[in-house]
Design a protein around this ligand. Sequence first.
Ligand code: ACO
Length: 446
Amino acid sequence: PEDVGILALEIIFPSQYVDQTELEQFDGVSSGKYTIGLGQQRMGFCNDREDIHSLCLTVVDNLLKRYNIKPQEIGRLEVGTETIIDKSKSVKTVLMQLFEPHGVTDIEGIDTTNACYGGTAALMNAISWVESSSWNGRYALVVAGDIAVYAKGAARPTGGSGAVAMLVGPNAPLVFDRGVKGYFFKHAYDFYKPDLTSEYPIVDGKLSVQCYLEALDKCYQLYCQNAEKKWQKPVDIGKFDGLLFHTPYCKLVQKSVGRLALNDYMRLPKDKRAALPELQKFVDVELSKTYFDRDVEKAFLTSSSEVFAKKTKPSLLVATNLGNMYTASLYGGLVSYLVSKDVSELAGNRLGLFSYGSGLASCFYSVTIKDSPALKTLIKNLSYVKPLLEKRVKVAPEKFEATLELRQHNAHKFPYEPISDVSNFFPGTYYLTKVDEQHRRSYSKV
Ligand code: ACO
C-alpha cells in the first residue's frame, strides 16, 4: 500500500480547566513563573468521573461517528497510555465494548506503555501493520490518552489531560516518510511510576529536561543522516514547514527549536561555523555539555526565533491551553498545527515530529501532507477544536486542589461511587458510574 499514514484525527479533553495565573497566586510563586517561565496558560484536569477508560471510549466513539466509520472497517486497535489502572487488563479490551455489539471481535492490537512514548509506539506499530503482509485491508485505529497529574510542588503546573484517536491506512493525507526515522532509547530514572497505588510519578525535573534534550539531539542527528542518504540533499530545520514536539510545557519546546538550530550549526564544517561572527564563540562546544548552558541557549533561541514563530508556535495551541497530555501531547500538537492553517497552505508541507517518553524512548520522524479530498475532510472535521477549548469551564485553584485530592484518595478504592458533577461534561462524554466489589468499572454517556 502507498502513502500510509493518518486519515482522521479526533481529540478530546476535560470540560474544566484551572487558569495558570490564578494558580501562580494560589501557590504563592512569583508572578509569571508558570505563564512565562513554563509558557502555560491553562491546565485541563479530570474529576473522579473520568479515568483512562472513559477518555478512550469517548475519543474512539467520537471519531467513528464524526467520520462515519463502521466498526467492521477497523482491523487493528491499539492504545498508548501510561495511565495504568489495571496491571493485566488492557484499555484496548475495554474499548471492545464499542465493537462487540456490532459483531466485530477480530481486531488485533493491545496497549503499549512507556511514559509519553506509548502513543508513538502504537502509531508506528499501526503504520508497520498496514505496510506489512499481515494487513487485511482494514483501517488501524490508534488511541493516545493520559491523565497527567503530579504531587504538590514544582511539577504540578505541568499536568494536563486528554486523548487523541488516529485512523491509519493507505492513501492518507498525512503520509509517514519511510526509511528516515531517528530513534534513541536508553535506561534513565528521570520520570517513572513505581508506586502502583498512586497516580503520581517520581520525577527528577532537571534530569528529565536533560534526557529530553539529549534524546532530541540524538534522534535529530540520526534523522538528518538517514534523510540525507535517502533524498541525496542536505537536511536542516529550513527543510521543514512545521516542527512539532512532545510538549511537557511550551517553554521547553521553544528551547528545543533552539536546540535543533544548535545541532544544525554543529553539523556544519568548522570553517563554515567560524564564518558566522555572531556564533563564533561556540565553534568548539560539545553538545553534551550544553544542556543548561545559558549562553548557548540564548544565542540559539535568538537565532531560531523566527523559525519557532513560524514553524512551531502554531502547534502549541492545545498544549498551552491543556497542559501535558503525555502520550497525546505530540498529537495534540499535530491537531493544533493543522487547525492553524488553510488546506491550501498545508498541502505539500513536510513536518518534523519529535516524540519523547521518559525512562527513555524517543523518535524524530517526518510526515508529508498530501493534498486530497481526505485532507479537506480532516481539516473540516477538526473545526470543533478551538470553539470547544473556549467552551470549557474555568475552576478556581481551590477546587482544582480539592479535585486532585479526591482523585488521590479514591484512585484505587472499591467499591466506589464517584461523586463529581457531570452537568458540564461535553455531549458524548463517557463517565464512570461505579466501581463494584470486584473492582469492575461501569460507564454511562452524556
Ligand atoms: N517569571 C518568568 N520566568 C520565571 C519566573 C517568573 N516569575 N520564575 C521562574 N521562571 C523561570 C525560570 O527561570 C525557569 O526558566 P528556565 O527553564 O529558562 O531556566 C523556569 O521558569 C522554570 O523554573 P525553575 O525554577 O527552573 O523550575 P521549577 O522548579 O519550576 O521546575 C520543571 C520546572 C523541572 C519543569 C518541573 O515543572 C517539573 O519537574 N515538571 C515535570 C517534568 C517534566 O515535565 N519534564 C520534561 C520532560 S519529561 C516529561 O514529559 C514528563
